[in-house]
Design a protein around this ligand. Structure first.
Ligand SMILES: C[S@@+](CC[C@H](N)C(=O)[O-])C[C@H]1O[C@@H](n2cnc3c(N)ncnc32)[C@H](O)[C@@H]1O
Length: 150
């Protein structure tokens, strides 16, 4: 069911913002607060985006994500291409500059755009405001932001 739910989201994203899916190779997916890493995994498999990055501040969650990735590599060598797009970063997202992140992680993308995912239902308003300012300054033009609340 969870898998189905996430697949629906990718599907709806394609309907809502078809323009970003016209040039998928130049899009980097970024999950802000990636938890155990399921969402980058879904986008790595169901899109042709160049990278699927998750940034998570809680070490135990990050470890579960990276352990899961290692397990996938070992069990499913046939999906090497998809799995190699996934990267999990243990960091406070406010310490990461998104422009630098895109340059560093997807250097071959032309006019890269970010597809940003924020599961923000538990985020207090002041955090959302800081994040909005950060995104306004750092997200490349044409980037898309999916958030559970503004
Ligand atoms: C609701 S979970 C979302 C998990 C996943 N993205 C999803 O949609 O299922 C939010 C995550 O954001 C992380 N988080 C909160 N503040 C953060 C920050 N400043 N930097 C990075 N991650 C953060 C939390 O630890 C938590 O794992």
């Amino acid at each position: 069911m969870i898998i189905q739910g996430f697949w629906d989201i990718v599907h709806h994203a394609k309907n809502i913002h078809p323009e970003i899916f016209k040039d998928e190779k130049n899009v980097v997916f970024l999950d802000i607060g990636s938890g155990r890493g399921l969402v980058p995994l879904m986008f790595a498999f169901y899109t042709k985006f160049s990278k699927a990055i998750g940034v998570e501040i809680v070490e135990t969650c990050h470890k579960e994500a990276t352990d899961g990735r290692k397990e996938l590599v070992a069990k499913y060598p046939q999906y090497k291409k998809e799995i190699s797009k996934i990267e999990y970063i243990l960091e406070d997202v406010f310490k990461i500059n998104f422009k630098d992140l895109v340059k560093q992680k997807a250097p071959s993308t032309k006019n890269p755009k970010l597809f940003i995912w924020i599961s923000s239902l538990c985020c207090p308003p002041n955090i959302m405001e800081s994040l909005a300012k950060k995104l306004e300054n750092e997200a490349p033009k044409g980037s898309i932001i999916f958030t559970s609340k503004a």
